[in-house]
Design a protein around this ligand. Structure first.
Ligand SMILES: [Cu+2]
Length: 161
């Protein structure tokens, strides 16, 4: 009887510990191995305004109604994530390096890029370094509403200069 009671107490303690661990780990638990390379805090409104200025300066055209930017190699490029787009559209040169600064400005999203998923929580900017091969895809991996499935970046990869 005493032995059973001790085991019950152990069981209860283990369950409590497992529950606490789950709560502590939330909301990152479902993002698997999403370890940010680099990130920094910034107010969503400021980030969106900075992105608009960047696009005004570097815009070369339009793709599917979205401004198209052709950043120079090694550039730090702001990318706004919001329902249901990654903005602006990008034209990148194959084999060059780009530092995408990606931030959600409305609600929680994520971006799957180069086989990794990065959580995008408003207020925090993720820096993702990409070296385009034939193709770069940016895809939201966090259900964010009815248009979630089409929340994909417009990225074209062109031959280097
Ligand atoms: Cu989404």
């Amino acid at each position: 009887m005493a032995e059973e009671a001790r085991l019950d107490r152990w069981g209860a303690a283990l369950l409590a510990a497992a529950t606490a661990a789950l709560i502590l780990a939330w909301p990152g638990w479902h993002l698997g191995d999403a370890v940010p390379e680099d990130s920094y805090p910034q107010e969503p409104e400021l980030f969106a305004a900075a992105a608009e200025s960047y696009v005004d300066l570097h815009r070369v055209g339009e793709r599917d109604g979205v401004p198209l930017v052709r950043p120079p190699p090694d550039a730090h490029v702001p990318v706004v994530a919001r329902r249901f787009e990654f903005w602006p559209a990008l034209e990148l040169q194959a084999g060059r390096t780009y530092h995408l600064h990606v931030a959600a400005v409305d609600t929680v999203h994520s971006v799957v890029a180069q086989g990794r998923e990065y959580a995008l929580v408003p207020g925090q900017v993720q820096v993702i370094t990409v070296v385009p091969g034939e193709q770069v895809t940016l895809q939201c991996g966090e259900y964010c509403g009815l248009g979630h499935n089409r929340m994909r970046g417009l990225v074209s990869v062109v031959a280097p200069d």
